[in-house]
Every structure is written in structure tokens, then in C-alpha cells.
Write a protein that binds this ligand. Structure first.
Ligand code: FES
Ligand SMILES: [Fe+2]
Length: 391
């Protein structure tokens, strides 16, 4: 009975909130931020890299976020495992990032040695530690999921869906892109942004700003840009129009984009974007696939992390359109950076609490609903008195 009541209350509450955005105070409040890292980021899947980025035994990749450093490393047995990058002796960082290769992980402080599968096998002056149980002092494991060749890690399992479960509604759409066969075509790019991480994600799946703020995308897509929201993933898409753009790089892209033999006809001139809960996205073009994530740093800053991948293709036109793609999206990124920075500033004003969400703003509605369910105080239009999160 109690459970049923709770469910009814919750649905009523969702309905009361659903026409409103998340309030501005969630984008700059220290106490809220700390709680959000615990309830949203720590239990969520974070993308690390592609399996081909750590192909040989001992190859590793690091991802630092919310005060943790996670290492994903290929074992002698070919398996990919993840651990916190923390020595069990005095907590020294074992390796420096972002990538590398090691036969063993030997701590640079006092030379404790760990195998690639995390076992502690070397302790200098072993007899000095009579109570040390080596079998219990391997590296602390972090959960790994490999979805279509991409490696994800999760610091804490709170029962949330796997990446495969989140992407299930779109598996068939993604399949022809052969993610498993992708190879990195540009190194990891890190770009700091003076905005709360949620402002990057909100902007990523905001469809209404495309015709207003992105002239290039509007020239490329005409009116075809569309958005939709599933439980844990948003989809955005646009079809390239045939009319030649007035912009040189857009025209190069339109005119030289070669056929991608692995793709069905309807995908030949389609740009697709999927945003995964809570802070990552795949940008899928006929010529390449990029992932992007926005890593929270503080309530008012985050780091964009991106890697570009593609199927091996040496055609000259393919190289040309990949360059054109980069030129086009460099402009889009600059436009979005300007927008989100100005939104972040506006949210700091005491005059702003919440804004209305239109019926069509389905992705913003979906994200806000999930945040409110995880952190009920996110329903309040202004910040509660300090100390609220400890009560
Ligand atoms: S901290 Fe790593 S061996 Fe001492
Ligand atoms: Fe944008």
C-alpha cells in the first residue's frame, strides 16, 4: 500500500514539475554539486576509449574524474579490466596518463608491483609487513562494460541500466556503423569550459537553438533537424540538403562526401547524434564517429573530452570531407561555447529561478525528470539554506 501511494505521489509530482526547467541554482551550488556527483556521476557509465586504443597486453588508458583516476588496462589474457589508479601502500598514483603501456604496474614511490590483472605480487622488504595479506591488497577494481567496442567504466553500481540497455532502442540504427571496427583518427582532445556540466548536455540536446544560433547547420540540414528522447538516451538527427551551401567548407562536404558502402541508402547523407545519460554523446557521420563527454570539475566548470574515430578508408575524398567536417564543427563548437557560457552567467543572476519548457523540448524534460527523481531538492526553485544535504 505504501509503495503504491509513493508511486502515485511521485507521478503527480513529476506532472507538476514537467513544464519547468531545472532551476538555476543547480548550476552553481557547491552543496548540490557534491550530492550530484555522488548520486548521478559516481553510479553512471563513463566512456574511456575504444578497445583498439589498448590493443596489446599492458596497454592502458586513464580517465580522471570527480577526484578519482581510473585506469583501463589490457591483461596478458586479452581481457580489459579497470582499477583505481591508487597504490595500496601510501595511495600514490601508479601511472601518469593519458595512455601508456606497462609489463607490470610498479609504484614510483616504494616500488610495490602489481600484475596487469591487478594482483599485488611485489613488495620490497616484504618481512617488514608481517600482517600484510598480499591476496587482499590487489588494485581496487572498477566495473567495466564494453559496448560495441567502446569501453565504459562505472565507479558504483546503483542498479542503473547498462550502456547496452540504455542504447537498446537504437541498436538496430547503430549496427551498420560497425563501431567495433572503428579506429582512432585523432588524439584525445581536452577543452576546459567555464560552465556547469549540465549546461553542456542541455545545449547538446536542445533542438530549438539550431535554426537560431547555428547558421551552418541550418544551411546543411534545412528543416530536417529532429530530436527525440528515450528513457536514457536522446537522439538528434539531420539530413544534408542538396542545395549547395554558400559556405566553402560546407559545400566541400556536400559535394565530395563519398558513398559509405557499409551504410544503408537512407544513412548516406545523415548526421546522427545520441546523448547517453548523463554526460556523453556519440556524433555519428557517414565519414566518422566522434565521442564527446563533459566531465564535471566544479559547480561552474567542466572539461570536454573528445576522441574521433573512423573506419579505415584511404580515399582522398574521405580525407577531404573529414577535414571539412572538422572545419564545420569547429564553428558549431565556437557558437555553442558562446551560448553556454552566456547561459551559465545568466543562471548566476538572482532574478532567474526556472524557465518554462515547451512541449517540443522533450530531451530537456527527460533529463530534468531523471535529475529530480535522483535528487528531490532539485524540484525547489531556489536553493535551500546551507546544510540541507546533511539533514
Ligand atoms: S605508495 Fe606505492 S609503494 Fe608506497
Ligand atoms: Fe548547438
Amino acid at each position: 500500500m505504501a509503495t503504491a501511494l509513493t508511486r502515485i505521489d511521485r507521478t503527480d509530482q513529476d506532472q507538476a514539475d514537467e513544464d519547468w526547467s531545472l532551476p538555476g541554482w543547480l548550476y552553481n551550488n557547491d552543496e548540490y554539486h557534491a550530492l550530484e556527483m555522488e548520486r548521478v556521476i559516481r553510479p553512471s557509465w563513463q566512456i574511456m576509449c575504444h578497445v583498439s586504443d589498448i590493443q596489446a597486453a599492458g596497454d592502458y588508458q586513464l580517465l580522471d574524474y570527480i577526484g578519482e583516476s581510473v585506469i583501463a588496462i589490457r591483461g596478458e589474457d586479452g581481457a580489459v579490466r579497470a582499477f583505481t589508479n591508487v597504490c595500496r601502500h601510501r595511495a600514490m598514483r601508479l601511472v601518469e596518463g593519458p595512455t601508456g603501456c606497462a609489463k607490470k604496474l610498479v609504484c614510483p614511490y616504494h616500488a610495490w608491483a602489481y600484475e596487469l590483472d591487478g594482483r599485488l605480487t611485489g613488495v620490497p622488504a616484504r618481512r617488514d609487513y608481517p600482517t600484510l595479506d598480499m591476496a587482499k591488497n590487489g588494485l581496487a577494481p572498477v566495473e567495466v562494460e564494453i559496448w560495441r567496442g567502446f569501453i565504459f567504466v562505472r565507479l558504483q553500481d546503483d542498479g542503473g541500466p547498462s550502456v547496452a540497455e540504455m542504447m537498446a532502442p537504437y541498436e538496430a540504427e547503430v549496427a551498420p556503423y560497425r563501431f567495433e571496427d572503428l579506429r582512432q583518427i585523432s588524439p584525445v582532445r581536452l577543452r576546459p569550459r567555464q560552465v556547469n556540466w549540465k549546461n553542456v548536455g542541455d545545449n547538446y540536446s536542445d533542438g530549438l537553438h539550431i535554426p537560431v544560433a547555428h547558421d551552418g547547420l541550418t544551411r546543411l540540414f534545412g528543416k530536417s533537424y529532429a530530436i527525440e528522447a528515450q528513457a536514457h538516451v536522446d537522439k538528434m538527427s539531420g539530413y544534408l540538403v542538396d542545395r549547395p551551401s554558400a559556405n566553402p567548407w560546407e559545400r566541400v562536404y556536400q559535394q565530395h562526401l563519398p558513398r559509405a558502402e557499409h551504410l544503408p541508402e537512407e544513412n548516406q547523407r545523415l548526421w546522427l547524434y545520441y546523448k547517453l545519460w548523463p554526460n556523453a554523446a556519440f556524433d555519428i557521420y557517414p565519414d566518422q564517429v566522434d565521442f564527446m563527454q563533459w566531465i564535471p570539475i566544479s559547480p561552474t566548470s567542466c572539461m570536454l573530452r573528445e576522441i574521433a574515430y573512423a573506419l579505415p578508408d584511404e580515399r582522398r575524398e574521405m580525407k577531404l570531407v573529414r577535414y571539412a567536417n572538422w572545419r564545420i564543427n569547429r564553428v558549431v563548437n565556437a557558437e555553442d561555447t558562446w551560448l553556454i557560457t552566456r547561459v551559465q552567467q545568466g543562471m548566476a543572476s538572482q532574478s532567474y529561478q526556472v524557465g518554462p519548457l515547451g512541449r517540443s523540448e522533450v530531451c530537456l524534460r527527460s533529463f530534468a525528470k531523471k535529475i529530480r527523481r535522483l535528487i528531490p531538492e532539485a524540484r525547489l526553485h531556489s536553493a535551500p539554506a546551507p546544510g540541507w544535504s546533511h539533514k
